[in-house]
Design a protein around this ligand. Structure first.
Ligand SMILES: Nc1ncnc2c1ncn2[C@@H]1O[C@H](COP(=O)(O)OP(=O)(O)O)[C@@H](O)[C@H]1O
Ligand SMILES: [Mg+2]
Length: 251
């Protein structure tokens, strides 16, 4: 079963950046295979990693619904989806990527959604690591996309709205079915002189403080140029992620 790292937090705080930096760290330092799962409908993990994606799970769901009407005898939805899923998983060296795409629709999608979820559970068993970038509201978590969470990382920046979101996530955790082993708070892009204040605001939350990723101009430049985050080396963000991964027990 894959060790799972789920990155959550308000949009704009740096969730995708943190998820991508963790994937990069694992790719370079950890043994075994990695699944990067983009569960944010506003998907951009693939772009930040520099991995081209043709099709999302959302596309496959829509395509199955359209194709169902003309299925030949003997063709089931399960067969169709299974065949389509091979196009969803983008394989690269050590890292495979799946993009969920648009969120789940009305209840008539239920059967297909259940199939997709079963597939996700089955997939997780075949990787050593799973890193998931989530949407701010954590709908995927409450619908149990990731069955077990070893490490939940909640990202906040200086914005009080980001802290509000972290608080909501903290309150949501005990209500979801997924067991969550460890929960961390990561500060991103918080100015040195504000770190203590932000930490104090988070003091009441049931999250272990993992550290602060500083503003990284090399990272900012790479993203601006549309280059893969894999190209970032020895800069403040990667060094901080390396330390954080050691703290949570990932080489
Ligand atoms: N530590 C950092 N240094 C420089 N730029 C950053 C840093 N963290 C995030 N960014 C930039 O801020 C923007 C928002 O980050 P992103 O990871 O997309 O947030 P989210 O996924 O939470 O919406 C992106 O353009 C990203 O490149
Ligand atoms: Mg994002």
């Amino acid at each position: 079963m894959a060790k799972t790292i789920v990155v959550a937090g308000k949009g704009g705080t740096g969730k995708t950046t943190v998820a991508a930096l963790i994937v990069k760290h694992l790719k370079e330092h950890a043994d075994g295979s990695i699944l990067a799962l983009d569960a944010d409908p506003d998907a951009n993990l693939a772009t930040v990693l520099g991995i081209p994606v043709d099709k999302t799970i959302g596309d496959l769901r829509e395509e199955t619904l359209r194709a169902m009407k003309d299925f030949p005898p003997g063709m089931s939805k399960a067969n169709y989806i299974e065949a389509g899923l091979h196009q969803i998983v983008v394989e690269t060296e050590k890292v495979d990527l799946i993009t969920m795409g648009r969120g789940e629709g009305p209840s008539c999608y239920c059967y297909i959604n259940n199939l997709l979820r079963k597939f996700a559970d089955y997939l997780m068993a075949s990787y050593d690591w799973m890193v998931m970038d989530t949407e701010a509201g954590l709908e995927h978590l409450s619908r149990r996309t990731a069955s077990r969470i070893d490490n939940l990382i909640v990202v906040v920046n200086e914005s009080p709205l980001a802290m509000d979101c972290a608080r909501r996530i903290d309150e949501l955790i005990p209500t979801i079915k997924n067991p969550v082993k460890r929960k961390f708070l990561v500060l991103n892009n918080v100015r040195e002189e504000r770190i203590e204040t932000v930490k104090q605001k988070a003091a009441g939350l049931d999250l272990e403080y993992l550290g602060c990723i500083p503003f990284d101009s090399a990272l900012e430049q790479l993203v601006f140029e549309g280059e893969s985050i894999y190209k970032l080396d020895g800069s403040p963000a990667t060094l901080t992620i390396d330390e954080m991964m050691q703290t949570i027990g990932v080489e």
